[in-house]
Design a protein around this ligand. Structure first.
Ligand SMILES: Cc1cc2nc3c(=O)[nH]c(=O)nc-3n(C[C@H](O)[C@H](O)[C@H](O)COP(=O)(O)OP(=O)(O)OC[C@H]3O[C@@H](n4cnc5c(N)ncnc54)[C@H](O)[C@@H]3O)c2cc1C
Length: 454
């Protein structure tokens, strides 16, 4: 059998790489460890936020943006620690990628303007109705299955790669029954996500979040890191991860930060705030972990509830019965078991900051509204969403060895590769997980197609 031009391992962001490569005429095989990746991959679990720097949806609303401005935001959020090559590549490809997804894959993008994600200096996140990754992935996958432009093997795990004279020669894959096969290919894209489901690796590299609940794909076991480094790849940013401080403890569902960015705030079991929530949801996970029982209460009102219902996951949270409602702050405090005086003080503080009669003691610039009855509270637990360190790649997603040379035929994207969030948890900007997953998969497909022509 003729070798494949490309095997893509992992069908989250990797699906985009497979589709693009097949469109460009390559003979492609996509494999996934899961028997139902469309339900289980991290990408489907997301709120479907993809940042684009200068898209036509922004232009239609008079928003001026550019890769340079996006880069500035990334560097500010990461304190200049984001990898500059990956940042340049991904900010520059963002518009082409998202417009191609709209034009070629018929993704019905909408620009999110009803609240502002922390750290983005302009509104640049695109999503679809329902605000869920699943709603992006499902139609793309349905169309790809109809078109049959590439081969697909589910329940097939990548376990190794064969290199001959430094060039990718075959992917070693394992079927569900443990049978191993070598499938010949000239190129391999590692799109198997990071290692957030691998407790040992998380404890080693991301200790501060290692006790937190994990909300991502069970298949993110870190094989890309293991396989890449075994064959000499350089790795980086392994301490980087995306956390999230707003998972409802009631049923482990996503509450989302739109609640906070519309004026909600978080108190601990003493009814007291403990930081600037508007800094970002990722870093707030570790901050929340340090509170008693790793628990907080998100305080909202009916307007914030209504303004968050555009997120399917928030609706799921509401329907699970996670919100405690009360007609007064005093009643709410009593229902959730925190001192009434503390909660009254925090509501008064938020009002005063909103009205600019005082400054917030944690530096939160504003609370977007004055909360009014009925008041709601959701019990929160911190969680880990995905890891963002991985194999070092160049500007087209080619994996780099320890001598800074590309390993011929080996590519990585998304959680398998380094991201653009610098170190730790506080460099994460909304959308930068999916941008790294889809962006590098798209860039790698184009690069492999261009090389195949020569
Ligand atoms: C609740 C939640 C909300 C989020 N919201 C956003 C958001 O709105 N915007 C954003 O940018 N980021 C968001 N993220 C982060 C985002 O999920 C990730 O950054 C992104 O999905 C990673 O994509 P990926 O392709 O690397 O991994 P995945 O989407 O997980 O795809 C990897 C695939 O590889 C398969 N696989 C794993 N190991 C192997 C193997 N050895 N062989 C073969 N296949 C394998 C898996 O089954 C999986 O299907 C969110 C995360 C969570 C948990």
């Amino acid at each position: 059998m003729k070798p494949y031009d490309l095997i893509v391992a992992g069908a989250g962001g990797g699906l985009i790489g497979a589709i693009k490569a097949a469109q460009l005429g390559l003979n492609v095989l996509l494999i996934d460890a899961s028997d139902d990746f469309i339900e289980s991959c991290n990408t489907s679990r997301t709120t479907g936020m993809f940042p684009g720097a200068g898209t036509r949806w922004q232009k239609n609303q008079g928003i001026i943006d550019s890769p340079e401005l996006f880069t500035k935001d990334i560097m500010k959020k990461t304190k200049n620690s984001a990898d500059p090559i990956a940042t340049k590549a991904l900010t520059e490809v963002s518009v082409e990628l998202l417009e191609w997804m709209a034009d070629s894959l018929k993704v019905p993008w909408e620009l999110v303007t009803d609240f502002h994600y922390p750290g983005h200096s302009v509104d640049r996140c695109l999503t679809v109705t329902g605000r869920k990754g699943h709603e992006v992935m499902r139609p793309i996958w349905a169309k790809a299955q109809q078109d049959k432009k590439f081969d697909f093997k589910p329940s097939t795990r990548l376990v190794d790669v064969v290199l001959i004279n430094g060039q990718v020669h075959a992917a070693v894959v394992e079927a569900k029954d443990g049978t191993r096969t070598n499938i010949e290919t000239k190129n391999l894209l590692l799109a198997t996500n990071g290692y957030a489901a691998n407790k040992e690796l998380v404890a080693k590299y991301n200790a501060e979040i290692s006790d937190a609940y994990y909300h991502g794909s069970p298949h993110s076991m870190g094989e890309a890191l293991e396989i890449g480094t075994k064959h000499g790849a350089a790795m980086g940013f392994l301490d980087a991860y995306q956390g999230h401080a707003a998972i409802a403890a009631h049923a482990n569902t996503l509450v989302g930060w739109a609640t906070v960015m519309q004026g909600g705030f978080i108190v601990n079991l003493d009814g007291i705030r403990f930081g600037d929530e508007s800094a970002g949801y990722s870093e707030y996970a570790a901050i929340l972990s340090k509170q008693e029982n790793s628990t907080g209460w998100l305080i909202i009102d009916r307007d914030i509830h209504d303004g968050s219902m555009s997120f399917k996951e928030f609706e799921v949270t509401v329907n699970s019965g996670a919100i405690v409602w009360a007609d007064s702050v005093d009643e709410l405090a009593s229902k959730i078991g925190v001192p009434s005086s503390s909660l009254e003080m925090e509501v008064a503080n938020a009002t005063a900051v909103f009205e600019k009669t005082t400054e917030d003691r944690f530096g939160r610039k504003t609370f977007e509204k004055v909360l009014k009855a009925p008041f709601g509270a959701i019990k929160l637990r911190p969680s880990l969403f995905h890891t963002q360190g991985g194999l070092v790649v160049n500007g087209v997603g080619a994996v780099i060895d320890k001598q800074s040379k590309p390993i011929s035929g080996l590519y990585a994207a998304g959680g398998a590769a380094i991201g653009i969030s610098g170190h730790g948890s506080d460099g994460y900007l909304a959308g930068n997980g999916l941008l790294a997953a889809f962006g590098f998969a798209y860039l790698a497909a184009k690069e492999i197609a261009a090389k195949s022509k020569n």
